[in-house]
Write a protein that binds this ligand. Structure first.
Ligand SMILES: [Zn+2]
Ligand SMILES: [Zn+2]
Length: 110
């Protein structure tokens, strides 16, 4: 999901903390060239990690049976992103779902 070879990255090894930032307009959301997903890109507001997420549109299959050949775009509107920088952040609980600093924010889908 996340490519860690961003351009310039100034990662800050801050302690893990669950932090909600709301809508971040510094993140870009673009449709990929094939039109099969979004590319979401920006820097984590807490730890500064450069995150690039290839977000493929789902297909409404059921138990492996494809019911539609069409890709399904998610509804427009805000979606939550969690930091998944892959770096160590002190105090991250083992139960934490994402491998990041605990920050979460929203991006607006077109
Ligand atoms: Zn981080
Ligand atoms: Zn982070």
């Amino acid at each position: 999901m996340t490519q860690r070879k961003g351009p310039i990255e100034n990662h800050r090894a801050v302690p893990w903390a669950p932090t909600e930032f709301g809508l971040l307009e510094t993140f870009s959301v673009m449709t990929d060239p094939e039109g099969t997903g979004y590319v979401v890109e920006g820097s984590c507001p807490t730890c500064g990690a450069h995150l690039k997420i290839d977000w493929h549109f789902g297909n409404p299959g059921y138990k492996g049976v494809t019911v539609s050949p069409d890709v399904v775009r998610p509804k427009a509107g805000p979606r939550t992103i969690n930091c998944d920088c892959g770096h160590d952040h002190a105090g991250r609980p083992g139960s934490a779902y994402d491998d990041g600093c605990g920050a979460s924010w929203k991006v607006m889908l077109p």
